[in-house]
Write a protein of this length. Structure first.
Ligand code: NAP
Length: 332
């Protein structure tokens, strides 16, 4: 029997990689997309004619109920979110409504329609926030530091409550940073890959950065969506921390990216001390042992392979005029 999977946020980075994985497994993939976001369907690229689009406002409980009732999905992946964290300070209520509201409305729809649909919630390592222990696992307490993280935590607990009270198959992945050539340029990995490729082609001269010693757990989006799918294939719905378990500094990120196009980063990177942030005492880094043991999940793409792919893709797309070069700030 062909399984149907519904995805919110299908036009995002993870939506693309998850759709790719599910189509490869012969799923019928349906994206739930509000009318005002449909100009962004072009972001689906080569998958645009392989997935179906169901038009519904994610703030509309009745509309989501009807979608679930009509489409009778075996799996729902709730990925939609304004995912660039600093933006959440500009619209905390809108962030809460989209992230928590959509999760709650979808869970209620599954319960009311009475299906055995399996539900995945895109939780985030941002929920750990001010950590006092490293690495973090499924037992680590949450201390969210921004409206995005608070909304994600609310959605996370709503998912847990629906599982405990109503017996739904609902679970979440607490995901650490994951990247790809589809990452928007405001994220540091893509900023660096685009700058390296632009400088290589003579389209930019320099890259301005803040704290080069900041460290992150960066993985590949294709690996992380694989974990999402695995969470819905096991017998028991549970939470899983998903990350590589390896920390890399921004300095390593830059040097690896510039290396992949044969450039010495130290000639091009300007450290702006105004952008420096205080050193973080404890780092956000995953302990993914539970996912390894229960799901058989492990990252397949290394940090070096990830950055090489990002920089080379940016290089090709700049050369073919598909994307705009990195715009550096002028320095006197
Ligand atoms: P992304 O590339 O920013 O994609 C976000 C998706 O949400 C896009 O499809 C976007 O639609 C949609 N969206 C945003 N605002 C919306 C709104 N008001 N109504 C309907 N749809 C809206 O994010 P991602 O990297 O794929 O991440 C997927 C999920 O994982 C997100 O929930 C994110 O918070 C979470 N997460 C990501 C990471 C990471 O490192 N990538 C880590 C932890 C958790 P448009 O295309 O129309 O903008």
């Amino acid at each position: 029997m062909t399984k149907t999977a519904l995805i919110t946020g299908i036009t995002g980075q993870d939506g693309y990689y998850l759709s790719h994985l599910l189509l490869h497994q012969n799923y019928r993939v349906v994206g739930l997309v509000p009318p005002h976001r449909q100009p962004n369907l072009s972001k689906l690229g080569d998958l645009a004619d392989k997935v179906e689009i169901y038009t519904v406002d994610l703030r509309d409980s009745t509309g989501l109920f009807t979608a679930v009732e009509q489409l009778q999905p075996q799996e729902i992946y709730n990925l939609a979110a304004p995912s660039f964290v600093p933006d959440s300070w500009h619209d905390p209520l809108g962030t809460l409504d989209l992230i928590t509201g959509t999760a709650t409305r979808l869970l209620d729809a599954i319960r009311q329609v009475g299906l055995s649909t399996r539900f995945y919630q895109a939780s985030s390592s941002e929920m750990f926030g001010d950590v006092t222990v490293s690495p973090q696992d499924e037992e680590t307490p949450f201390h969210p530091k921004n409206p995005y993280a608070a909304a994600k935590l609310h959605a996370h607990w709503t998912m847990v409550h629906h599982r405990q009270r109503y017996g739904l198959f609902a679970c979440s992945g607490i995901l650490y940073n994951h990247e790809s050539p589809l990452r928007p340029p405001q994220f540091v990995t893509r900023k660096v890959s685009l700058a390296a490729a632009s400088i290589k082609l003579g389209l930019a001269q320099s890259l301005e950065m803040g704290n080069l010693d900041a460290k992150r757990d960066w993985g590949f989006a294709g690996d992380h969506v694989n974990a999402m799918w695995r969470m819905l294939q096991v017998d028991e719905p549970e939470e899983y921390v998903i990350g590589t378990g390896k920390l890399h500094s921004v300095r390593e990120l830059i040097s690896t990216a510039f290396d992949s196009v044969g450039l010495d980063w130290q000639k091009y990177v300007i450290v702006n001390t105004n952008l420096l942030r205080a050193d973080e005492h404890f780092q956000l880094v995953a302990n993914p042992n539970k996912a390894k043991n229960n799901l058989g999940w492990e990252p397949q793409v290394s940090f070096e392979q990830l950055l090489d792919n990002m920089v080379k893709t940016d290089l090709q797309q700049l050369e073919s005029g598909k994307i705009q070069p990195f715009i550096a700030v002028e320095h006197k």
